[in-house]
Design a protein around this ligand. Structure first.
Ligand code: GLP
Length: 242
């Protein structure tokens, strides 16, 4: 139905309309996590589209992490949160795209002097001020990540501006993130992280460190995130060396 609605009001190519329609249905919760999609052939027949079109739309959604394909079994709405490693997306954006409701509990939200580590990561001088956030991040009702961010104070003056999404606030301030350097490594959650994330101490997690730039080359964030290993897949498309 969503496909037919989209078909009526846009002139985009069919595969893009289908891609949007499925994404919208997932976002609205009409297709829940784990939901099995009809086969390529059934979709094509039902929507009167070519199989190439359907295949292209599904491939795009797999790439976005909205769907997963299991060989021989078919196509499903992703259960784990699949994060494409090459896209500069936000926690809020990732979860909304999957029909989950992102929410944060702030353990810290304050202005303070940079620590030596933050100064180094953000290229700031000792004594410079940063907005510091320490957040427990939920997808609907499940805690998924713990996150510590430092943002130069001259970019975000008032920490209270950040209620939900940091990236949305940056965007509103004309400081849209355009590039980031990220490091990913495996960790075992310490007692505090485990308690916050409601998992056993020592369970597996992924630690991410991101330094993000805006168009004029300034650094806008230094964030360390700890994602639950049982909830996230990080995926990337790789190209052979030429
Ligand atoms: C991800 C990134 C963080 C970034 C955050 C922004 O979790 N790993 O580096 O700060 O997204 O998310 P939001 O805009 O929801 O605050």
């Amino acid at each position: 139905d969503e496909y037919r609605r989209q078909a009526e009001d846009t002139h985009a190519p069919a595969y893009l309309r289908l891609r949007r329609a499925i994404r919208t249905s997932v976002e609205r919760g009409a297709l829940g996590p784990g939901h099995a999609l009809p086969s390529e052939r059934e979709l094509a027949r039902h929507l009167e589209l070519s199989r190439v079109t359907v295949r292209k739309a599904l491939a795009g959604l797999v790439e976005d992490g909205v769907l997963t394909q299991r060989h021989g079994a078919g196509t499903f709405v992703a259960e784990r949160i699949v994060k494409p490693l090459s896209k500069l997306t936000s926690f809020t954006g990732d979860l909304r795209a999957r029909g989950l409701n992102p929410r944060s509990v702030f353990m810290e939200r304050e202005v303070g002097e940079v620590t030596p580590e933050e100064a180094m990561a953000l290229n700031l001088s000792p004594g410079a001020l940063v907005v510091r956030l320490y957040r427990l991040r939920y997808g609907s009702d499940e805690p998924l990540a713990v996150e510590r961010s430092a943002i130069p104070h001259d970019i975000v003056n008032d920490p209270e501006m950040i209620e939900d999404s940091l990236y949305e606030v940056l965007e509103k301030l004309g400081c849209r993130p355009v590039r980031a350097l990220q490091r990913l490594r495996a960790v075992n959650f310490n007692a505090e992280q485990a308690r916050l994330l409601d998992v056993p101490e020592g369970s597996a997690g992924l630690a991410l460190e991101r330094r993000t730039f805006i168009a004029d080359g300034r650094l806008v964030e230094y964030t360390r995130s700890w994602y639950r290993g049982d909830a996230y897949d990080f995926v990337a498309e790789l190209q052979g060396e030429s």
